[in-house]
Write a protein that binds this ligand. Structure first.
Ligand code: ADP
Ligand code: MG
Ligand code: ZN
Length: 473
């Protein structure tokens, strides 16, 4: 019997609102433990929550960008449970009337495009953080009340590649909207993987498990593979899959059972009495809708149509909003989109990768790149020098023009100097000259290289080649 895997995701993202969802504490990541807290987010008796409108705006933005219906009257519910990182002993969430429903996101798979359904998006508050030390466990409440969106998909995925494609598309969309920075490493994007298996072609869903603590795409890919294999092995040996919550152990590269899966009624959900239902007006939705930025798919298409970029180049460029901003800022002062795209896709991405720099913290100024491109195009420097200078601008923030002039990197324009250098190379490399004359064209490349070396790399290779040919023939 052959099996297929069925996966649905619950993705949590932390929102970039300045303050928390029900109080005015700072919601930014970090801070000295327990310095960004107040009576409300630590659940002191007698305090009342007050909903942050920005959070509603971010949720509606996300819903509109993923083709969801926006719930006109939305409501909050209490999810009750005890855990030391949750001082209130309940989490304010949305069970019955989530703010967004029935949306979708399109992904690219190896078999073409696929639509992944979004069951719902709801608002909730984050819990605090437990820090386990040798002398005991410490509690940091800074994260209590940080606004989250939970994005719940339909069970539409059939493997890890699709899951990762979805998370990448979701991350692009959310970062374009500016609602979250979606950093898995910092925990501002976390995905729980619900997975079941069934006999291939069957329509019924099998019993699922939910996997938590997946902190990278790499973890997700491995967790999907190992959990699918575990369930298939159980079924083959005549045992049943138990519905449970499992935790991924990133060191052992395997998951273990944490608890049997809780059901909604275990949480004694009830409507949150301290927050009245929210009436989301048509004009509020329209205002947000008309201010939505150009989204990744539309931008990619436009780059292909208007700038003549290939589908691949356009998708690499549009994947990341910070790369987009850099690219578009450079384009403003330079009318060779293809050239700018090539430099960004090649050199800029390489520099970011080699230095381990986040695209958001790219130290390079778009004007520096534009200057270099102009100088290469006008023949003031060659491409290799351009790359060297770009690296200097990236790492040391040098001024491009000043660096080129102070280090004498501009091309030698005096043709006498170039010619005498070519002549010297011809005179000093008899063997290569004979080889070339006997038809070994590779020898010419060697002679160009020697001349270039003699000129300190400050010449145009094509020009040298032309001159060599003339003199040799
Ligand atoms: P809960 O809220 O109890 O976790 P939901 O029914 O809301 O359960 O589903 C949560 C997630 O699990 C959704 O992403 C959904 O698509 C996915 N899911 C539900 N049933 C299955 C299944 N049999 N196999 C795989 N995923 C599933
Ligand atoms: Mg769940
Ligand atoms: Zn607070």
């Amino acid at each position: 019997m052959s099996f297929e895997t069925v996966i649905g995701l619950e993705v949590h993202v932390e929102l970039l609102s300045e303050t928390k969802v029900f109080c005015t504490c700072k919601s930014e990541f970090g801070g000295k433990p327990n310095t960004r807290i107040c009576e409300i987010c630590t659940g002191m008796p007698g305090t009342l929550p007050r909903l942050n409108e920005k959070v509603v705006e971010f949720a509606v933005k996300t819903g509109l960008a993923t083709d969801c219906e926006i719930t006109k009257i939305t409501r909050f519910d209490r999810k009750n449970y005890f855990y030391p990182d949750l001082p209130k002993a309940y989490q304010i969430s949305q069970l019955y009337l989530p703010i967004c429903r029935n949306g979708h996101i399109e992904i690219k798979t190896e078999n073409g495009k696929k639509i992944i359904g979004i069951h719902e998006i709801h608002i909730e508050e984050d819990a605090g953080k437990l820090i386990h030390t040798e002398s005991g466990t410490l509690i940091d409440c800074n994260r209590c009340g940080v606004p989250l969106l939970e994005i719940v998909t339909e069970p539409d995925f059939s493997g890890a590649d699709e899951v990762i494609a979805f998370l990448e598309a979701l991350r692009s969309t959310l970062t374009y909207l500016g609602v979250s920075d979606c950093k898995m490493q910092e925990g501002s994007m976390r995905a729980d993987v619900n997975l079941s298996v069934r006999s291939a072609g069957s329509r019924e869903l099998g019993t699922r498990t939910e996997m938590k603590n997946l902190n990278s795409f790499h973890d997700i890919a491995d967790a999907v593979k190992s959990e699918a294999a575990r369930q298939i092995a159980l079924i083959k040996s005549g045992e049943a899959v138990i519905q449970q919550t499992r935790r991924w152990d990133a060191d052992k590269r395997e998951s273990y059972a944490m608890r049997s899966k809780e059901a909604a009624n275990d949480y004694r959900y009830f409507p949150e009495p301290d927050i009245p239902p929210i009436d989301i007006s048509e004009s509020f939705i329209n205002r947000i809708n008309s201010a939505l930025p150009e989204l990744p798919a539309a931008k990619k298409q436009r780059y292909m149509n208007e700038l003549g970029l290939s589908g691949y180049d356009a998708s690499v460029l549009t994947n990341d909003i910070y790369i987009v901003s850099f690219f578009e800022a450079a384009l403003k002062d330079c009318n060779s989109p293809k050239e700018v795209a090539n430099w960004v896709l090649g050199e800029v991405l390489r520099l970011l990768k080699d230095s381990g720099t986040d695209s958001k913290s790219n130290p390079l100024k778009p004007e520096a790149l534009v200057k270099i491109i102009e100088m290469v195009q006008s023949g003031k420097i060659n491409r290799n020098t351009g790359k060297t200078v770009l690296e200097k601008a990236f790492y040391d923030g040098v001024d491009v023009e000043r660096y080129i002039s102070e280090n004498g990197l501009s091309l030698i324009t005096d043709s006498d100097v170039i010619e005498s250098s070519v002549e010297a190379v011809i005179a000093g490399n008899e063997k290569s000259v004979t080889d070339y004359k006997r038809g070994k064209t590779a020898a010419l490349g060697y002679l160009v290289g020697q001349t270039m070396k003699a000129l300190g790399g400050r010449a145009d290779a094509n020009e040298i080649q032309k001159l060599l040919r003339e003199l040799l023939n």
